[in-house]
Design a protein around this ligand. Structure first.
Ligand SMILES: [Zn+2]
Length: 112
């Protein structure tokens, strides 16, 4: 049973828009998906400060900003064809492969 792994409609390289939270309305490119957590890591979205330990070069330590994963349900895919935020439909091709379709313009999102 692989019940814990959620199928994500978002994939690495997609552009998404944030639907809620402090980054609402912001767009970014998906750097990474975390299917087991149902989360995605998006460039420039959900930035968190992380304290780095002091080192000899930086005795005070340092605050680094980096992205934290955000729930995939909080972002929506931007269609590369019509540039509208869209829900995703699926179409089977060649029997077992599935491509994603934009529900706004019906264009294929994935290259086959
Ligand atoms: Zn579209």
């Amino acid at each position: 049973m692989k019940g814990t792994v959620k199928f994500l409609n978002i994939r690495k390289g997609d552009t998404v828009v944030v639907l809620s939270g402090k980054d609402k309305g912001n767009k970014g490119k998906v750097i990474k998906t975390v299917p087991t957590a149902g989360k995605v890591l998006v460039e420039g979205i959900n930035m968190v400060s992380k304290s780095l330990r002091p080192t000899q070069e930086m005795p005070q330590g340092k605050i680094a900003k980096r992205e934290a994963p955000i729930l995939a349900s909080k972002v929506m895919l931007i269609c590369p064809s019509c540039h509208q935020p869209t829900r995703v439909a699926h179409r089977l091709v060649e029997g077992d492969k599935s491509v994603r379709l934009c529900r706004v313009c019906n264009e294929t999102i994935d290259k086959v």
